[in-house]
Ligand binder design. Structure first.
Ligand code: SAH
Ligand code: SF4
Length: 411
């Protein structure tokens, strides 16, 4: 049975630090690069010679200890803590809802403050526990500009890109809630790996197209991988793209994480329909970019995601063409049973069809695991994420700005 924790009830809300004023408009230190943080120290009056040292201390408190209140940074003088708190925030975003699936998958709806003229936005983040590992699926945008026909997120217009802080905060909140920072408790009964870290892997497979928000995603992932902080291995971070070809090689060069491609069709005609970005960057260009992906080897393969749509892309001839197309690319193929959502126009392929497809691909030398759907009961599975945040009409936006200036809140 899935469970929903109603966080509108103050008693059920996770404790928030006194500094948690998500609407106060102060810049946040979370998500800043080290260089930016050095600048922030200068703003707070830290003498030049001490700035780097202070940044190292704060980095440790934020990303190893997981504090969300300057008052907890005991190695830093009271005076400096106060000066920092006067200018900056390190508070977590608000968790609007936490849902727990019968299979242990957790989904959080988080609310972030408006950026400029707009409303607060809400995004979903999903935790998938498995034997020996725990994967966090992170969103990069609110909504998506692309309109893949089988994807629920694709029915939500892009509201805005998430900032590096908002991308990273999803990881911080999940670590708080799972007890994955020192001195934080794991909720009773939570399904998490038996030993070690609760979040061992990150996938940029939530809402949005990460390569349409390249700079913020890059900044957030480099912080997540920083060895003196959150220290997730780049081999355990996977970025999934629908095929934004010009940014693919850059992803390898500048971020250095593992790559996943949402392929879903092996002929341009069908892919144009299912994954419309294919009209701009057709299969040949996409696969050429994959062949040039920096660091590609048998130990560092590209994952090709392939959603199984009944009678659409699941025939044996599709499987044959898939094998032909990927020739020479170190690859594994993730077959994803289609996850339905309200009003979705497809059906999931029959189990035997999926197995026949998988067997063929396997027999031709590619690992082709069938991804067990997780968290379907709470709409947390691949492609089911969507939040209620809608893009506002200009007239509404102006009216809202007026309201906000008048101090009546943003909703
Ligand atoms: N926008 C990026 C990141 C999202 S990843 C991308 O498209 O790659 C989410 C993965 O789930 C993608 O492979 C996506 O194509 C797939 N997906 C979308 N809708 C789905 C659905 N209804 N059932 C199964 N998989 C789906
Ligand atoms: Fe956007 Fe990815 Fe969904 Fe396509 S599959 S609509 S790119 S989130």
């Amino acid at each position: 049975m899935p469970a929903t924790i109603d966080l509108t009830n103050p008693a059920a809300r996770p404790a928030r630090s006194p500094a948690a004023r998500s609407m106060d408009g102060k810049p946040t230190l979370i998500g800043m690069s080290r260089d930016e943080m050095v600048e922030a120290m200068a703003e707070a009056g830290v003498p030049e010679k001490q700035r780097k040292m202070r940044v190292s201390q704060i980095w440790h408190w934020l990303y190893i200890r997981g504090v969300s209140d300057f008052a907890d940074m005991h190695t830093i003088s009271r005076e400096l803590r106060d000066a920092l708190a006067a200018r900056y925030t390190i508070a977590r975003p608000e968790i609007v809802e936490e849902q727990i699936s019968g299979d242990g998958t957790r989904k959080w709806l988080m609310r972030f403050p408006p950026r400029g003229a707009g409303r607060p936005v809400e995004v979903e983040t999903v935790y998938i526990p498995e034997e020996g590992r725990g994967t966090l699926c992170i969103s990069s945008q609110v909504g998506c500009t692309l309109t893949c026909t089988f994807c629920h997120t694709g029915t939500q217009m892009l509201v805005r890109n998430l900032t590096s802080e908002e991308i990273l905060s999803q990881l911080m909140v999940a670590r708080d809630r799972l007890g994955d920072f020192p001195h934080k408790d794991t909720p009773q009964g939570a399904i998490v790996p038996a030993e070690g870290r609760k979040i061992t892997n990150i996938v940029m497979m939530g809402m949005g197209e990460p390569l349409y928000n390249f700079e913020n995603v890059k900044k957030a992932l480099l912080i997540a991988a920083d060895g003196d902080g959150l220290a997730l291995s780049k081999r355990r971070i996977t970025l999934s793209t629908s095929g934004v070809v010009p940014e693919i090689v850059r992803t390898g060069e500048e971020i250095g994480v593992m790559l996943a491609i949402s392929l879903h069709a092996v002929r341009d005609e069908l892919r144009n329909e299912l994954v419309p970005i294919n009209r701009k960057y057709p299969l040949k260009e996409l696969l050429d970019a994959c062949r040039s992906y920096p660091g590609l080897s048998n130990a560092r393969r590209i994952t090709f995601e392939y959603v199984m749509l009944k009678g659409v892309n699941d025939s044996l001839s599709d499987a044959k063409e898939l094998v032909r197309l990927l020739k020479g690319i170190p690859a594994k193929i993730n077959l994803i049973p289609f996850n339905p959502w309200p009003g979705s126009p497809y059906e999931c392929s029959d189990w035997e069809t999926i197995e026949t497809f998988a067997d063929f691909v396997n027999a031709n030398g590619y690992a082709s695991p069938i991804r067990t759907p997780r968290g379907r009961d709470i709409l947390a599975a691949c492609g089911q994420l969507k939040s209620e945040s809608e893009r506002m009409r200009k007239s509404d936006r102006l009216a809202l700005e007026g309201l906000m200036i008048a101090g009546h809140g943003a909703d």
